[in-house]
Design a protein around this ligand. Structure first.
Ligand SMILES: Cc1cc2nc3c(=O)[nH]c(=O)nc-3n(C[C@H](O)[C@H](O)[C@H](O)COP(=O)(O)O)c2cc1C
Length: 388
């Protein structure tokens, strides 16, 4: 499978660096943002979920209508939509977008956040419910034959779904870093989403996800594809990028101190319940920079509330760092910056082409080697080499 790129598409000009007070959706801005991702050859955009935020379904449908290739990932917490309704909504979006719908599941990492929308299950129960939910979606997408469901969390009779996904099914992603996340995602997900950790820790997590997939009886050819998320801070040279990184950190801290951040200062002092954030904070204690360019002060400054590890460096350094993760087996690379739209355009102009050119070069080199091997085996002429 190819290496693909994900980014967020934001609905207004508010950023963590320059937060606007109570920003509402600016439809023109959202369309411009989405088209920029499409034009600069990003493959997906995530529409995230939080209890107080904009609705990802309507945003996703708007993005799909404004773009041609960009796939739309709807973040979904099972407590917010009944599974048969979600199955139809996703299949409808898939038809509207000609096969570009993807769903990203969030079991729910915080009891307090879940309680804001009436969900009082504990985390183990939330993952158990997620497992049942994914099975119902797949069943509903499979055929229009009526079926009953008599599970622990859902029971219904004779549901029949006439809205089929364009390609028979819709990619299902699961995000998280707990054992429950590995178990459910390893068994059922097409894609498994991680936050950016150092190479060694990322490899450990991939091994656990693959082990869970093996345990669930999936063949090696059907393991979840790995998605990894960063917040790159990049510029023409490494020095300029580091200056930008420190300006970014100052702005994050300044906005927090002034009470302008969406992550209040008080929240950064309390321990997060989700394992993904706990891991980031633990790794941050080891030092500011890990591996080639993975930077942690943005993690500590925001209490690891969300994807927060930066990759700092020139366009080439950031491209090389991304390639380190590709070499590890990560196929979906999510990058979004702090200066949202400007950073997305910079990545599109300077980072994506570098990563793709290197991957194409390697593929060419492999084809060339394969061609040479085939030719020497046949004792033929080297002009038969398949290479552009
Ligand atoms: C790539 C990725 C994207 C995520 N998107 C969201 C999101 O949009 N909304 C949200 O509440 N949590 C999001 N999360 C957080 C986790 O899914 C969440 O904390 C999980 O339910 C429990 O985490 P744990 O298994 O690590 O403890 C995301 C996580 C990852 C890795």
């Amino acid at each position: 499978m190819p290496t693909e790129f994900i980014s967020l598409a934001f609905p207004n000009a508010s950023t963590e660096l320059s937060p606007l007070p109570s920003p509402s959706v600016d439809p023109d801005y959202l369309v411009r943002y989405a088209r920029a991702l499409d034009d600069y050859d990003f493959d997906y955009t995530l529409q995230p979920y939080d209890s107080g935020g904009f609705d990802p379904w309507t945003m996703g449908a708007t993005i799909a209508a404004a773009t041609k290739k960009l796939k739309v990932i709807i973040a979904l917490r099972p407590n917010t939509v009944y599974p048969t309704v979600a199955a139809k909504a996703l299949a409808t979006l898939d038809q509207l977008s000609k096969g570009r719908a993807v769903v990203h599941f969030i079991a729910g990492g915080s009891d307090a956040e879940q309680a804001r929308e009436g969900d009082f299950l504990d985390k183990a129960q939330r993952y158990e419910r997620l497992e049942e939910y994914i099975r119902i979606l797949r069943r509903a997408w499979e055929s229009a034959e009526p079926f009953d469901w008599n599970g622990k969390h859902y029971q219904f009779k004779q549901h029949s779904n006439r809205v089929r996904p364009v390609n028979g099914t819709i990619p299902v992603s699961v995000g998280g870093s707990s054992d429950e996340a590995y178990r459910v995602g390893g068994a059922l997900a097409d894609i498994f989403g991680l936050w950016g950790e150092p190479l060694k820790e990322t490899k450990d997590q991939i091994d656990k996800i693959y082990a869970a997939a093996d345990k669930a009886g999936r063949p090696a050819s059907d393991r979840p594809r790995i998605w990894v998320t960063f917040r790159p801070i990049t510029a023409e040279t490494d020095d300029l990028a580091w200056e930008k990184a420190h300006r970014t950190l100052d702005a994050l801290k300044g906005n927090q101190a002034a009470g302008k951040s969406i992550i209040p200062l008080a929240a950064t002092g309390t321990a997060p319940q989700n394992v993904g954030s706990q891991r980031l904070l633990e790794i941050a204690k080891r030092g500011e920079v890990q591996d080639r360019a993975l930077w942690y002060p943005t993690v500590t400054a925001t209490g690891a509330r969300g994807a927060s590890t930066a990759l700092v460096g020139s366009y080439q350094t950031v491209a090389d760092s991304i390639l380190d993760y590709v070499d590890l087996g990560c196929e979906l690379i999510s990058i979004r910056g702090y200066d949202n739209l400007n950073d997305a355009i910079d990545y599109g102009r300077y980072v994506l082409p570098r990563v793709r050119a290197e991957l194409a070069r390697r593929e060419g080199a492999v084809s060339k080697q394969e061609g040479e091997a085939a030719v020497s085996k046949q004792g033929g002429e080297t002009t038969a080499i398949v290479d552009g």
